[in-house]
Design a binder for this molecule. Structure first.
Ligand code: SAH
Length: 233
């Protein structure tokens, strides 16, 4: 089916916007140009789909800002045969972008309603190299490990050990890591840094990239209500 032109126009604009903000990786820009972001947000937000902003989705979560999706996809340095694990499927948008860059994408989400909606979108786009699972991302996906690349799209205080163990030697993991703000310890304000970890022969090499703001990664599975809201204990 031929895509409607406003939608293609929006995507081309977004790619130009991202290029202007410093994203130069051609494969990543092409991947973003291929994914209709308006399909990944609720109808009232479709008009904002190609502005470079995070947008609320169900279950109190958000679809990340396109700049951050592009930045993370670039930093992850994904090759066409690689197996990538994503924690936090959310809308499925980041998984769809990764599907155009990787061999296989494995994505784990703890909210069942989000996962069901994401699966439908990925199926509609015929992105058959994305496999999803309802589960707790803190445990990774042992049966499919090891992975060339691992991407966390929810913030952690430290990188979960199970995930490090599921990374191939030579592999690379990217995660938003929350840290106390060194300039503002008294106010207990928290910074998140996108953190890159390379598993080398000699051990792990850690590098802080940019400051970010993600929803926290939450352990265990929620008790979902009919409306997809998390029930309070
Ligand atoms: N990558 C998503 C955005 C993620 S928002 C996108 O492209 O739309 C973060 C997601 O992480 C939320 O959907 C949240 O439910 C999920 N999450 C948080 N903790 C998790 C955990 N322990 N396991 C799996 N998913 C988790």
């Amino acid at each position: 089916m031929v895509q409607s032109s406003p939608n293609l126009h929006g995507r081309a604009q977004l790619v130009m916007d991202l290029r202007g903000k410093g994203i130069a990786n051609r494969r990543v820009l092409e991947a973003l140009e291929k994914v209709p972001r308006e399909d990944f947000v609720d109808a009232p937000f479709a008009v904002e789909a190609y502005t470079d902003r995070a947008i609320p989705i169900a279950c109190g979560q958000t679809i990340s800002q396109p700049y951050i999706v592009a930045y993370m996809s670039d930093a992850l340095d994904v090759g066409p045969r690689m197996r990538v694990l994503e924690i936090g499927t959310g809308s499925g948008y980041q998984a769809a972008v990764l599907a155009h860059l990787a061999g296989w994408v494995y994505s784990v989400e703890r909210h069942r309603p989000l996962l069901d909606a994401a699966r439908k979108r990925l199926e509609k786009l015929k992105l058959h190299n994305v496999v999803t699972r309802h589960g707790d991302g803190f445990l990774g996906w042992k049966e499919q490990a090891p992975f060339d690349r691992i991407l966390l799209t929810a913030a952690v205080e430290e990188i979960p050990k199970a995930l490090i163990e599921q990374l191939k030697p030579g592999g690379l993991l990217i995660a938003p890591v929350a840290r106390p703000d060194p300039q503002n310890l008294a106010a207990e304000s928290i910074y998140q840094y996108l953190t890159k970890i390379i598993r080398s022969e000699q051990g792990f090499i850690e590098e802080s990239l940019i400051k970010v703001l993600f929803v926290p990664m939450v352990a265990g599975l929620p008790q979902e209500t009919r409306h997809g809201k998390e029930r309070l204990p």
